[in-house]
Design a protein around this ligand. Structure first.
Ligand code: AQP
Length: 349
């Protein structure tokens, strides 16, 4: 996988320079176990580049509060630990990377308020994720609208150059840049301008049961067979993939393929690593059943070691909590000076 790699951001007085290893920030919401889309769109890039980048990864639990009717406090706490354990299980090294939970640092919420004050409301109403998530709801909390400003605070606190994300997050990263530019214009050059790094293949994995919509945790909670979760057992994974929606054709091809077949081929390509032509050639004269078996095979091979490592990590008493506490200390060492710079520039604190 080769993400579309942005150059380090310029036009800033921040301590991060173009010569330094790029600072990376990204995160996942603890709103349930993570699925194959999150892994292929985001987590794999994080692991792949942990050697050559200075990375900060966050379990963004404050983002998980935007729909209060769905909050289960006990489950949320446990989901933070599970997502942390999954970060480690997919291969993130807690020594090499700063890994922590967002709510363990007050700096994220505090910077959000300061950024709220420079963010025009119209910018937030334009966000497609806000439109999609608020659709059909009788009442929408301010948090759902403000979510991208919290995300901007997450990113800007760490003088981030690169934000590795799936395709659905592009608009939020653009908004983060716009907020940073506006702030720098009003108060002086305080923030680094970040850029999204979106993988060329796997940036939008679609639902197996409905391949015209993004594979997502919220749909997966309602419908078995929509997603493959990273911790699903082998039988469940095989069942979801073998039941994936395709079309009435038989021939496996990528050009002009239906969304379901395209999705399966994309999953196969991201995990298999060969060019699409070579993969399609392998299926000459074969049907969708063979394609699904091949997809199930590569997915199971990828998930087996993740599940085993996850079980081992969760079995260690106190291990995850200690790592979260240590990660919060290291994160604070970067975030606190940034927040001080912002407050100084705005004349508060
Ligand atoms: N289907 C996907 N394909 C590729 N990348 C994806 N990502 C999420 N779904 C896909 C990327 O994973 C990262 C973490 O996402 P998140 O869990 O914090 O938020 P999300 O995008 O809102 O994930 P979901 O599954 O869609 O959750 P719900 O349903 O709760 O909103 C991001 O980089 C995202 O791009």
């Amino acid at each position: 996988m080769s993400p579309s790699e942005p150059a380090a951001a310029t036009g800033t007085t921040s301590p991060t320079t173009a010569e330094a290893r790029p600072r990376v920030f990204s995160g996942v919401q603890p709103t349930g176990d993570l699925h194959l889309g999150t892994y292929l769109g985001a987590l794999r890039q994080w692991v792949e580049h942990q050697q050559d980048r200075d990375s900060v990864f966050c379990v963004v639990d404050l983002h998980a509060l935007t729909i209060p009717e769905e909050i289960d406090p006990q489950r949320l706490r446990e989901d933070v630990r599970r997502v942390m354990a999954l970060y480690l299980a997919v291969g993130l090294d807690p020594e090499r990377n700063v890994i922590f939970a967002q709510s363990h640092l007050h700096e994220h919420a505090e910077l959000t308020w300061l950024l709220n004050c420079v963010t025009p409301l119209g910018w937030l109403y334009r966000m497609t994720q806000f439109k999609a998530k608020s659709e059909g709801r009788e009442s929408v909390g301010t948090g759902l609208l403000d979510y991208p400003v919290l995300q901007a605070a997450d990113i800007l606190l760490y003088d981030t150059n690169v934000v590795p994300v799936g395709d659905d997050q592009r608009q939020h990263i653009e908004l983060t840049r716009d907020i940073a530019v506006r702030f720098n214009h009003l108060f002086g050059e305080v923030f680094v301008l970040p850029e999204a790094a979106v993988p060329e293949v796997g940036a939008r994995i679609m639902g197996l049961d409905e391949p015209t919509v993004k594979m997502s945790k919220s749909v997966a909670r309602q419908r078995a067979g929509h997603a493959v979760n990273l911790l699903d057992d082998e039988r469940t994974v095989r069942k979801a993939i073998m039941s994936a929606v395709t079309d009435s054709g038989r021939e496996v091809r990528f050009e002009h393929a239906s969304p379901g077949v395209r999705n399966l081929l994309t999953i196969l390509q991201t995990l298999d690593g060969r060019p699409m032509d070579a993969i399609v050639a392998e299926f000459e004269g074969k049907g969708y059943g063979d394609l699904k078996k091949a997809v199930a095979g590569v997915v199971l091979d990828a998930l087996r070691p993740i599940r085993e490592r996850f079980d081992a990590i969760m079995a260690e008493p106190g291990g995850v909590d200690e790592l979260l506490a240590a990660g919060a200390e290291r994160a604070r060492a970067i975030a606190a000076p940034t927040l001080s710079r912002v407050k100084e520039a705005m004349g508060v604190g």
